[in-house]
Every structure is written in C-alpha cells, then in structure tokens.
Design a protein around this ligand. Structure first.
Ligand SMILES: C[S@@+](CC[C@H](N)C(=O)[O-])C[C@H]1O[C@@H](n2cnc3c(N)ncnc32)[C@H](O)[C@@H]1O
Length: 262
C-alpha cells in the first residue's frame, strides 16, 4: 500500500522548492526517500528531524542543481549560492572578449564555477583549492557532469602558470563568524567562508598574484561584499595596475561582484 508523504507543521514555512525536491525523491511504495546517485536512503522522519535541526536540504539530499549540472554537495564544500550563478553569468559574458589563454577558478569548492565555465566558454579551465577534500568533491562532480577542468591543489594561485586570460573567484569573504546565519555556522565548512588570515591582506595578496599572471586586457571577477570592496578601495592595489574597475549588484540589490581589467 502506498504511503502518502505528510509534511509536519514545523516545516510549513519552508520554501516550495524544498517540498518539491523532497517529493521528487520520495518513493510512496516503501515510504522512503532515495537519491540513488549519492547512495542516500532515509525515512521522511529522519529527513524532517535533520532539516528541523537546521541542516540544509542540499546536504541531506547530497546534491543540488545548477543549470543542467548535477552538483554533489556535502560538508566538504559550500553549497552553491544563487549569487555564484550570477558570477558565472557575468564571467561567461566577458569571456568572449578575452584571449584564448586559460582561465582560473580560484577556490573552486564543489567545482561549480569551473564546471560551468568549461561547458560555456572557449578558454581552457583550471581550478584551484587549498582544501584537498573540496578538490576531491570537485573531481567527483567533474566525473558526474563530464566537465573538462584541470585541478591544482594550492594556496590561491601559487602553483598556477600564466599567462591567463581571466580569473574568477568566490573565495572566503565573511569578516566575522557572527555575520554568519546559524545554520551556515553550524553546517558549512568554516574555511570556505572566513579567510584564515586578515581578510584585506588575503585579498590584496590575491589581487597582486592575479595581476602578475594575467595578460594585458585579462579580467578578474570576484564575489564579495560591500564591506570588502570599500576596504579594498582604500588600499593601493585598486586601481594599482588595473585599467578598469567595475562593481555590480546581485539580484538582491547588494554590491556583490567586483571586476578588474589589467
Ligand atoms: C566560498 S567557497 C566557494 C566554493 C565555490 N567556488 C562556490 O562558489 O560555490 C571558498 C572556497 O575557497 C577555498 N579556499 C579558501 N582559502 C583558499 C586559499 N587560500 N587558496 C585556495 N582556495 C581557498 C575553500 O576551501 C573553499 O572551497
């Protein structure tokens, strides 16, 4: 006999996409939730209890979707955010004007940016991450989606050889642990969110490294916050050797993306 899936009242405020995703993976004949590709099998009660404790659905179901890509998600890496999809769009639009030299996604995590670029732009794509476990996840996502990306385990761009046509990065840019919402603080990897050193120093060094590797006319696009951009503008790396600086808002109207052209 089929078992109907009943959502508890405590989850009534959850967004419709979550209910849709849960229903999509629910098998009424055995009353369980399955995600075969990720080897996940659990009862609705187990899922609701974990969700109730604040665990993101993408970790519980072990995946999310970005465009047509199936992104395996677990605690080795940050869950891709809608803003990052905007960063991918921005960079893809710029890429047609760039040289046919490699581009680098620095701090690739799940691999989502590099993977999307490898399918949409002509330049070869390299991805770096300091965290070996995050890179393992990126490689699993490469296999799942058939991406063409070369991975390098290194700090920022330290092992990358230029010249590069472009650099794109969503590196950790949150200044204080207290700026994180509770579920993010509890479940997502801290090293993906907060720089381990002084954040301004971290980004000044990153911009300096990128500038040395980029071809003339090459571009760097960065996800960040208003606080980061204001702080960077007070340093001498911006404008520094960059010929143009652009700051774009995200879909929520917040200053989120900074672009620099060498
Ligand atoms: C905010 S997450 C972004 C993940 C993914 N790119 C995305 O947009 O969803 C930042 C990533 O940068 C990596 N990272 C942090 N510090 C780094 C460093 N110094 N060099 C290279 N990668 C770093 C973290 O391990 C993490 O995977």
């Amino acid at each position: 006999m089929n078992k109907k899936l009943i959502f508890p009242d405590s989850l009534a405020d959850f967004p419709d996409w979550e209910k849709y995703e849960i229903e999509r993976h629910y098998n009424p004949s055995c009353g369980k939730i399955f995600v075969e590709r990720c080897g996940i099998e659990l009862t609705p009660e187990e899922l609701f209890a974990r969700r109730h404790a604040g665990e993101p659905l993408e970790y519980i179901l072990g995946h999310c979707h970005v465009d047509d890509d199936y992104i395996k998600t677990d605690r080795r890496s940050l869950i891709p955010r809608p803003e990052t999809e905007e960063l991918i769009e921005i960079f893809c639009r710029r890429a047609s004007r760039l040289e046919l030299a490699p581009v680098v996604d620095c701090g690739t995590g799940s691999g989502v940016i590099a993977g999307a670029l490898s399918q949409r732009i002509k330049q070869p794509v390299i991805a770096t991450d300091r965290d070996r476990q995050a890179l393992e996840l990126a490689r699993e996502n490469k296999r799942l989606n058939g991406w063409s990306v070369n991975y390098i385990n290194c700090d920022r761009l330290s092992a990358v050889k230029g010249p590069l046509a472009g650099v794109v990065a969503n590196l950790p840019y949150v200044f204080r642990v207290d700026d994180l919402v509770e579920s993010v603080k509890k479940f997502e990897p801290r090293q993906a969110l907060i720089p381990t050193e002084n954040p301004i120093r971290f980004f000044v060094d990153f911009l300096t490294e990128a500038e040395q590797l980029l071809l003339s006319g090459g571009e760097l696009w960065l996800e960040g916050s208003r606080e980061l951009f204001q702080a960077l503008k007070k340093t001498d790396v911006i404008p520094g050797n960059w010929s143009a600086v652009d700051c774009l808002e995200d879909g929520y109207g917040k200053e989120r993306f900074i672009g620099l052209r060498k």
